[in-house]
Write a protein that binds this ligand. Structure first.
Ligand SMILES: [Zn+2]
Length: 132
């Protein structure tokens, strides 16, 4: 590994560590808000419209929180790969992920072509909320 790559990796590690702290704070804040919301709806909500609005809010919060948790897992995995030295290799084809891509998405697990194929496969597997 050359010096330039080493420098980039140090920067990417900083980015990832910072993002992880941000996400932890976000998830924590979301949990807090959720708790307050639940508390508030139990005591203060009187008419049905408010209740529906509260439920909607809390659903949206849940989606955002889930997204944060997913990203947090990816960031943690990326930091782990940095430690083990496998960082920057595509999880599917094993080729190095371009630095350009890593700078935009430090937690990326796949090179651009493999990621595209992966997302395509997800699309083809159909809607995930079949019951809704
Ligand atoms: Zn690949």
């Amino acid at each position: 590994m050359d010096l330039a790559t080493q420098t980039h990796l140090t920067k990417l590690r900083d980015l990832l560590s910072f993002r992880l702290l941000e996400l932890r704070a976000e998830v924590h804040a979301a949990e807090q808000a959720q708790r307050e919301l639940t508390g508030a709806s139990a005591h203060e909500v009187t008419d049905r419209k408010d209740e529906a609005a509260q439920r909607l809010l809390s659903d949206l919060g849940g989606v955002q929180e889930q997204r944060d948790r997913d990203e947090m897992a990816q960031v943690e995995a990326a930091l782990q790969r940095l430690d083990t030295g496998s960082y920057g290799d595509c999880a599917d084809c094993g080729e190095p992920i371009s630095l350009q891509r890593l700078q935009v998405q430090p937690a990326a697990q796949r090179c651009a072509p493999c990621q595209a194929a992966f997302e395509h496969a997800l699309d083809r597997s159909g809607p995930r909320h079949a019951l809704s």
